[in-house]
Design a protein around this ligand. Structure first.
Ligand code: KIV
Length: 272
């Protein structure tokens, strides 16, 4: 029997075990994460994490495609989805489909992710109708914020809770293969996740989601400009990188680096 396609395999994990997802923006990071993740997201959070921008709104489609290609060069195991950036899909279903087609054709990734629910149902339908896999994203929508100060946790009122449920249902109806649920209060996140017919992937949402995602640089302790409450640091690499830079600085200034072993010689290796 042929292997299941990656998107079907991802969907089939629902109810079997928790689903493991992380972001990846570069080839070396993809190589390090690929075997340990069910999904790698080339998230537009790279605008803030890699490019130092104040929000995720100013990254363009070409940049997302360039990073998507880098990740796909090291992909072997994980499903790879790429964010459609702000400005590349909201205008019309036709614009959304054209952007999704570019991403998939130019990177070879398995799917795209869009932010929004009811408001973009027709846009998602245009993409899934063309046979391209889509991941949804509801709750806190970073593309709607000018800066982290505008990031707003949702589900605090009955109306917000009802809207989240409507957003989830609209995306499922539009044919998404999974939904990221970001920044949603409990027990609303649990209730929406329980009703969700495709894998629900939490970030700052419920442990009862079908899986979890974090920004890799957050969980590695490499990005300290903004640390959301929902992050657990599984490593603290920023101080390690700083310590390595200090050691390098001292070695170069002291003339301890490079050593003979690091040099090239006309006749091959130097005999010591
Ligand atoms: O852009 C991103 O990295 C994301 C995740 C935080 C889910 O959308």
């Amino acid at each position: 029997m042929p292997d299941q396609d990656p998107v079907s395999a991802f969907r089939a994990l629902k109810g079997q075990r928790k689903i493991v997802c992380l972001t990846a923006y570069t080839a070396p990071m993809a190589a390090a994460l690929d075997q340990h993740c069910d999904l790698l997201l080339v998230g537009d959070s790279l605008a803030m994490v890699v490019y130092g921008m104040d929000n995720t709104r100013d990254i363009d489609l070409d940049t997302m495609i360039r990073h998507g290609k880098a990740v796909m060069r090291r992909q072997e195991n994980a499903l790879v989805a790429i964010d459609l950036p702000a400005g590349s899909y909201e205008d019309s279903p036709q614009q959304a489909l054209a952007s999704a087609r570019r991403v998939i054709n130019e990177t070879g990734a398995h799917g795209v992710k869009l932010e929004g629910g009811v408001a973009i149902q027709a846009h998602v339908e245009a993409i899934t109708g063309a046979g391209i896999a889509v991941m949804g994203h509801i709750g806190l929508l970073p593309q709607h914020a000018e800066s982290v100060r505008q990031f707003r946790i949702t589900g605090k009122t009955d109306e917000e809770a009802a809207q989240l449920m409507r957003d989830c249902e609209a995306l499922v109806k539009a044919g998404v293969f999974g939904i990221v649920m970001e920044g949603i209060v409990e027990p609303v996140a649990s209730v929406v996740a329980a009703a969700c017919q495709v894998p629900s992937i939490g970030i700052g949402a419920s442990p009862n989601c079908d899986g979890q995602i974090l920004v890799t640089e957050d969980m590695l302790g490499m990005f300290d400009a903004y640390i959301p409450k929902f992050v657990r640091k599984f490593a603290t690499l920023q101080p390690d990188i700083t310590a390595a830079a200090m050691a390098y600085n001292q070695a170069v200034i002291a003339g301890d680096f490079p050593e003979a072993d690091h040099l090239y010689y006309p006749g091959g290796e130097k005999k010591t």
